[in-house]
Design a protein around this ligand. Structure first.
Ligand SMILES: *Cc1c(COP(=O)(O)O)cnc(C)c1O
Length: 233
């Protein structure tokens, strides 16, 4: 089959280089920073090409789009759900993703818990924090995070692995830094049943800065796959 995904090779090379450079500058030698390929609007063929080149983690935003693409994906890559998720849609993704990064309410956590219990498994999640306090964005407000975590810690079939955020583009470093501090503060509380191993932050525009502020997982879409061609919602 004819394809020309050499731009993905180029992009991946640059991203890995910049991650390595930022890690060397700002982080401890044994810190691991995972690279996620964010696949919204990307053709499965292009996604699988990236997987063949070493992308072992994919991020999906939209339940419906994921439904239509997942059978076509190379199964060697792990998939996280990263988009806004309604409780009544959890059932469509719970079997095929290994972690849900976008949990921002007890109601959603309870639905995940219920379905995970039915399946006899424990679902890994991150809590999404609206670090900029923006009306238009999902995520729990920073001052409500602790309360949410204590409530979620009671659930037997979900396990919090850490935090996720999409900081505002303006004053970006200030919010990345606040997010790092929040992550450290929560870690220090050592809440029963809550692990703080993952700090998911950094996208195409800010992943180098995010690494400076402690990110353990960067989520890159356009920087890897090129510009998305769909009308923005
Ligand atoms: C789209 C998206 C990304 C990737 O954004 P880019 O700017 O294209 O890298 C990362 N995280 C989430 C939650 C997204 O929705």
């Amino acid at each position: 089959m004819e394809n020309n995904y050499s731009y993905i090779d180029e992009n991946l090379k640059e991203i890995n280089y910049r991650i390595g450079e930022a890690a060397a500058k700002y982080r401890k030698p044994d810190d691991v920073i995972r690279l996620m390929g964010v696949t919204k609007t990307v053709l499965p063929e292009a996604v699988n090409y990236a997987v063949s080149k070493g992308i072992k983690l994919l991020g999906e935003n939209r339940v419906q789009e994921y439904q239509s693409k997942k059978e076509l994906y190379d199964k060697s890559a792990e998939v996280h759900f990263i988009g806004h998720l309604q409780s009544n849609k959890v059932k469509y993704i719970i079997d095929s993703v290994t972690l849900i990064q976008s949990v921002d309410s007890l109601r959603l956590a309870c639905e995940i818990d219920k379905l995970a219990e039915n399946k006899g498994k424990i679902m890994n999640i991150l809590c999404e924090v609206n670090i900029g306090g923006e009306q238009s964005k999902s995520g729990v407000m920073p001052d409500k995070l602790e309360e949410l975590l204590y409530a979620v810690s009671e659930l037997k079939h979900v396990r919090v692995n850490g935090l996720m955020t999409i900081p505002p583009p303006s004053d970006n470093e200030k919010f990345l830094s606040e997010m790092q501090q929040l992550y450290i503060d929560i870690s220090n509380k050592k809440i029963h049943n809550i692990n703080m191993n993952v700090l998911s932050m950094g996208m195409t525009g800010d992943y180098v800065s995010a690494i400076k502020y402690g990110s353990t997982l960067v989520r890159i879409g356009t920087g890897l796959f090129g510009a998305r061609n769909y009308p923005k919602k």
